[in-house]
Every structure is written in C-alpha cells, then in structure tokens.
Ligand binder design. Structure first.
Ligand code: 0X9
Ligand code: ZN
Length: 449
C-alpha cells in the first residue's frame, strides 16, 4: 500500500511523547494475562487526567421530543433538520436548532417537550470522565501502541481536518508470508464529535489486539488480515466539545459556513445520494450536508483512505447511541439489490447482535438519511460496511455522555463482533453461507449492489 504509507507516519503529530511510553509501560508491567486487568489499569491511569472546567457559550439548540409516528414521518422530520437520536413509541427525540424548531412547528408537528441543551449536565466526563481520550491523548495512545506493535503495526494519518489536525490511525497485521496484500478490515470512530464512546471502543480494540497479538487466535488473525483503526474522524469537533470541561453537544465538524454557523455533518457528506432525504440544506442544522459531496477534508480523507486500499473488504463505522447494528441502505427504504450481499449483511448483523445484544436492522428502518459513510462505501467501493450505534439505549441512560462506567463494558460486548468481522474480511459474503445452507434467508443471484 504505497499510497497509504506515503500518507503514513504521523510525523510531527505522532512524535514520541514521553507520556505515551510511560503510559504504555505502566499498562503492561506486572499485568496478568486477563484483558480485564489490562483494561482496569488503563482506566485507572487515564481517569487521573481530568479536563478543566470553564465557561459555556450560548447555544441555540434544544433537546426536543416530537410526536412523529412511523419511518416515513421520521424521515420527513429528519429532512427538516432534526437530528434524531431516539425513537420511542410514537415520538422521536433529538437535537434541533431554533430554525429547525420553526420548520417542525410550521409543518404542524406537535412538540411534546423542548429543553435547551444548556439545561443538561453531562453525567460526568469533565472531570470524572477523564478516562475518555482527548485528541492529544488519542494520538499519544496510538503512538504508544505503534511502538509496542513493532514488526506488526504502524501509525499513520489519513489526512487533516478543517482546522489542520491529523486524522490518526494504526495498522495492525504481521507482514504477509507471500508478500501479497492481505484482506483488510477498518474500524472508524467519531464522525460525530459528541459520540466519544465511539472513539474509545476502536481505541481499546487497537490496544487489545496489540496486547494479545502473540496469542494463537489473534496471531493467526493478524497473520492473515490487516486491521486499520481510525478512532477519530472528526478531531476538531471532539476538541470543541470538551474544550471547556462542559460538553457542548457538538455533532458536526468545525467548518466555518460563512453565515455565522459552524459545521457540516460528516455523516451526510459522502457521495452517494448526497443531499437527499434525512440531510439538511440549512447550514445551522445538525444534519447539514455541506456545500457538495466530499466538501469536507475529513470525509475526503476517509474516501482517499478507502480508495487507496483495494484489499479493504469490511468496515465498521462506530456511532452512539441506541444499541443498533445497521447495514445499507440508510439513504433509501429499498433493500440493496445484491441478494447474496443482503443475505450476508443480515447474517453478520444478526450474529453481531447475538454477542452485543444490539438490534440488527437496515439503517433506513431507523430513518432515511443520505450521504452516510456506509452507503458510500458499499455503493461506490463494494466494501461491506456496518454502522454500530453503541451504548446506551436511551438519552435517559446517559445519551452521548454515559460516563466513564460505560467504556469497558461497551468494549467487551463489541470485542467478539470485531474479531468476527475481521475474520470475515477475506470474503464477507461467506457470512450468508451458513444461513443459505440452513435454508435461511439467503436470496439467490444478484445484479449490481
Ligand atoms: O444519523 C446518523 O448519522 C447516525 N445516527 S447518529 O445518532 N449517530 O447520528 C445513523 C447513520 C445511519 N443511519 C441512517 N442512514 N439512517
Ligand atoms: Zn453518530
């Protein structure tokens, strides 16, 4: 992968930090071989680093609950700019700026409740959520992992954000014995800034793989697959969200839209059905799709990464929250047209849900939203791509800010799914074989995707 290697090397950003190697050593010294004790040590160490509190600027957004029933109605509400986060009975809840609120009201929708975002206090991230990684800590952790994975791993960057931060990653995998490219899987975190748990899970996956790389099962996996882990696609948004020690509920990137609003929803900025349902034309909306497909350097970086890696067959895009595992399409109600692939998607999502307890579904069943990562990866590149909505299930269990206590358990639940999906990277279609031979749902034949 010469192109990737050219992008690689987190030059200045991943420049060795004494803190990172200290952290690394402290995590591995004197551990027993259980993953749990490694995690506990990690958690204890990172918890000691707390962000500092500070003032909070004015925020023109609300947490709203709107009476909306059924998928098509949810899709219409999303198209008005509502960023839907919860579906409950005949209502949806999510974030709306005042412009979106006006559109919802003008459309005759009943707003059951609305609450300024400033009225929420997060469960604990600042200061007690010190276990979560800010950007510098993500980079340090990856740097430490890359050092520890000498001979079977390397740090890299896929590009830079609007504000110029490197979008960091780590590749893990032993060199192929025959020198040929190995099938690859990629795990992407935090397109949406406030979904911090979606950074922690891939980061812990990287850590777990490095720690267990010499155990037979993992060794075999890393000898036959390459694993790419990109824990933070939207580093500017993350830094903004946590800068004051009081969460800002930032979703989008930090693009200056030139009209007084900030941010493009990176999960609406990919080039498949761009600008269609479930994405907003209004720059102030949390689901603003941007000026054009791939207008944002962060989504372009993901595009270039995927395009530079033909061996990539399997991808997971981590989000929070709701506890769902979803497959394309997200941008249309119809199923994907490749029947064999659909059977494979259903089988793999079903298998994943047996481990993590999440609900498996086609993304659009939640609501139609166009321009997302997985629709593009599947439609344009034929990469099997699942969107995970991690813990918790509900806003009332912590929503985007479920606290330090959510990290280890969420990772543990999703470890087996991750290993399974890495294994499938040689031929994701084979996920559907078991179902087909058991007379299951696998449909025969296919044309296009
Ligand atoms: O709306 C999104 O981008 C994702 N949900 S989140 O709450 N994390 O923002 C879901 C993306 C996939 N779903 C659809 N395309 N419907
Ligand atoms: Zn998200």
């Amino acid at each position: 992968m010469p192109r990737l290697l050219a992008l690689a090397v987190l030059a200045s950003v991943l420049a060795a930090s004494a803190g990172a190697s200290d952290l690394w050593e402290s995590l591995f010294d004197g551990r027993d071989d259980s993953a749990a004790s490694g995690l506990n040590a990690f958690i204890a160490k990172v918890r000691s680093e707390a962000p500092k509190p500070g003032p909070r600027p004015h925020d023109d957004r609300y947490w709203v609950t709107v009476r909306v029933d059924g998928g098509p109605a949810r899709t219409r509400a999303a198209a008005m700019g509502l960023s839907i986060e919860m579906v409950e009975g005949g209502t949806v809840s999510g974030v709306a700026d005042s412009g979106t609120l006006t559109r919802l009201l003008q459309a005759g929708l009943v707003i059951e409740s609305r609450r300024p975002l400033t009225g929420f206090s997060a469960k604990d991230f600042p200061p007690a959520d010190g276990i979560y990684h800010n950007y510098g800590e993500i980079v340090s952790e990856l740097n430490g992992l890359a050092q520890a994975a000498e001979g079977f791993g390397a740090g890299f960057s896929i590009g830079t954000s609007v504000q110029g931060r490197a979008i960091p990653g780590i590749r893990l995998g032993y060199p192929a014995k025959d020198g040929k490219p190995k099938p690859a899987a990629a795990f992407l975190g935090t397109h949406h800034a406030r979904e911090h748990l979606s950074t922690e899970v891939p980061l812990l996956l990287a850590r777990w793989l490095v720690e267990h790389a010499r155990e037979p099962r993992v060794k075999k996996l890393l000898e036959t697959r390459d694993v790419y882990i990109l824990p933070v696609i939207n580093p500017d948004g993350v830094e903004y969200d946590i800068a004051t020690g009081s969460y800002k509920w930032q979703r989008k990137n930090m693009r200056d839209n030139g009209d007084g609003t900030t941010g493009v929803d990176l999960n609406r900025n990919y080039d498949f059905r761009f600008g269609g349902g479930g994405s907003s034309d209004y720059p102030g909306s949390d689901t603003y799709h941007g000026k054009s497909a791939f207008s944002e350097p962060e989504s372009r970086a993901v595009r270039d990464f995927v395009e530079g890696l033909p061996a990539l067959k399997m991808m997971v895009s981590f989000h929070t929250f709701s506890e769902l595992v979803m497959y394309p399409w997200g941008g249309a109600d119809e199923p994907i047209s490749d029947g064999r692939a659909l059977a494979a998607y259903k089988a793999m999502a079903g298998k994943v849900s047996q481990w993590n307890g999440y609900r498996a579904m086609q993304s659009s069943e939640l609501y139609v939203a166009t321009g997302d990562t997985c629709d593009w990866a599947w439609a344009s590149k034929g990469v099997f791509c699942l969107t995970f909505e991690l813990t918790p299930k509900s806003q009332w269990d912590g929503g985007f800010y479920p606290g330090a206590g959510a990290v280890a358990g969420t990772f543990q639940k999703n470890l087996e799914p991750a290993l399974y999906l890495i294994d499938l990277a040689d031929d994701p279609y084979r996920a559907g074989n078991a179902a087909a031979s058991a007379g299951g749902a696998a449909a025969a034949g296919s044309s296009g995707r």
